[in-house]
Design a protein. Sequence first.
Lengths: 114, 111
Amino acid sequence: GAGVSQSPSNKVTEKGKDVELRCDPISGHTALYWYRQSLGQGLEFLIYFQGNSAPDKSGLPSDRFSAERTGGSVSTLTIQRTQQEDSAVYLCASTGTSGYNEQFFGPGTRLTVL
Amino acid sequence: SQQGEEDPQALSIQEGENATMNCSYKTSINNLQWYRQNSGRGLVHLILIRSNEREKHSGRLRVTLDTSKKSSSLLITASRAADTASYFCATATGNDYKLSFGAGTTVTVRA
């Protein structure tokens, strides 16, 4: 079956531009996560959506970062006025209904800010 | 902040050998999970072990959990070149839906 998909797979942008990253979770998964992974590092939690509840935005590094999830499915992560330190792989994951919160990851978007 | 920390940071072995990596964590957990990541892209869930379990197997993978030492190990037996990847442990605590990931162990399997 279809897994988590993300687009674009790669994005190169100039410093100061805005970017939008998209995530399509597995159908029926109500929980969706965004992470950021810098080169050679572990995953940094950014934001979490669960159903119709208010998202947990506690991991967003600055107010230049925002995310929304429309209709409980597709999510977009927006980074405004990008900086070079925003360069990283942005990973999206969704969680099924097993109750044990194992996460299913998309392939990620590699963002490079020049 | 990271809850889990993997050890070693990097591991290089010959095909057919076993690879063992460890994960230590700081606070009580509900479950601990291991993930694999190839080439810096998406992570793949490998195995989940609950806090009341001590050992779990899945194919060539064996995971142990010692809650008294707050540590877990992942053993890959009879390694293959395709096992070359980074391996991450992730912990789930309390009612927290978030997983806390370690920095990972990079495993290289030489043919």
